[in-house]
Design a protein around this ligand. Structure first.
Ligand SMILES: C[S@@+](CC[C@H](N)C(=O)[O-])C[C@H]1O[C@@H](n2cnc3c(N)ncnc32)[C@H](O)[C@@H]1O
Length: 270
């Protein structure tokens, strides 16, 4: 009997400090045809945003073992934060570029000054909390983003994820995930003060793709090929949306040249 899924900030922190969880994390998130495709699509979207927005400073919240950060290119300077030392150790090993700084800190209390990052992103993190805590995280992200800065986040689709979870057995989901109906994630981010720019569905044929994924043991190459091929067709059943939003510029500020802010920190917590 596994009981209720973990959803409290302290529970989540201790779960991800476990060495066994850390050691298996990347394999679980990238090796299967379906997870591998989700990973590649998230990386591609982040790379597209970095290429077009050319942020001077990037923040990744809860980077884990740098699943994304190790594959994001064109970074001028980035800070990746996580609460787990073992996760950060793997992240540092995987990300050789001196352009990234890794910091153990609590995402709910970021040790940065206001308005210092041009882009922040966070995957598989904010969704693990209930609204009250998500709200605290949004406020912290808005505080450290410059006006006009971008925030990219993932949101799970209730309509496709819930039936899949029920079929697999809800007891397999150790960690809470908020699942959104169409438009709800965007509305939540708008209520938190962000301006939603774009929402892109990933694993667009999820109900079919997850069935094909079962072929991976007998015919892994065929499974991968079919799952990838479906993703190239327009489909309206995504597993996840990637929502890109903006920290609004105060009205009247227009395109005035910003002061270059200093990224000096307060003392890290604990
Ligand atoms: C599911 S992993 C996601 C890792 C990565 N973002 C990805 O998409 O693969 C969640 C991460 O959140 C981190 N974490 C949990 N609570 C945290 C907190 N309060 N502050 C910062 N990081 C936290 C964990 O240590 C873990 O690395």
């Amino acid at each position: 009997m596994l009981g209720e899924p973990l959803r409290q900030p302290d529970e989540l922190k201790s779960y991800y400090r476990n060495e066994a969880v850390v050691q298996t994390y990347l394999e679980r998130r990238t090796a299967q045809p379906l997870n591998g495709l989700l990973h590649r699509r998230q990386v591609a979207l982040l790379n597209e945003i970095v290429t077009t927005a050319r942020p001077r400073r990037i923040l990744e919240l809860a980077c884990g073992p740098a699943r994304l950060t190790a594959e994001v290119h064109g970074v001028r300077f980035g800070v990746a934060v996580d609460a787990s030392m073992p996760m950060l150790r793997v992240a540092r090993e995987r990300t050789k570029a001196a352009l990234w700084e890794f910091l153990r800190t609590d995402a709910f209390r970021l040790p940065f000054k206001d308005h210092v990052f041009d882009l922040a992103y966070s995957m598989r993190f904010v969704r693990h909390f209930e609204l009250r805590d998500r709200w605290r995280l949004y406020a912290e992200v808005r505080r450290v983003l410059v006006p006009g800065g971008l925030f990219v986040i993932d949101a799970l689709n209730f309509h496709t994820s819930y039936p899949a979870r029920v079929e697999r057995g809800l007891e397999h989901y150790r960690i809470y995930d908020v699942l959104y109906r169409s438009g709800e994630a965007e509305a939540e981010l708008a209520r938190a003060g962000f301006q939603v720019m774009r929402s892109e569905g990933l694993l667009r044929w999820f109900p079919v793709q997850r069935r094909i994924n079962r072929l991976r043991f007998r015919a892994p190459r065929l499974a991968r090929w079919l799952i990838d091929a479906l993703e190239r067709l327009p489909g309206s059943w995504p597993q996840t949306w990637m929502v890109v939003c903006k920290n609004p510029e105060p009205s009247g500020e227009g395109t005035a040249v910003r002061q270059e802010p200093q990224l000096t920190r307060k003392a890290p917590p604990e």
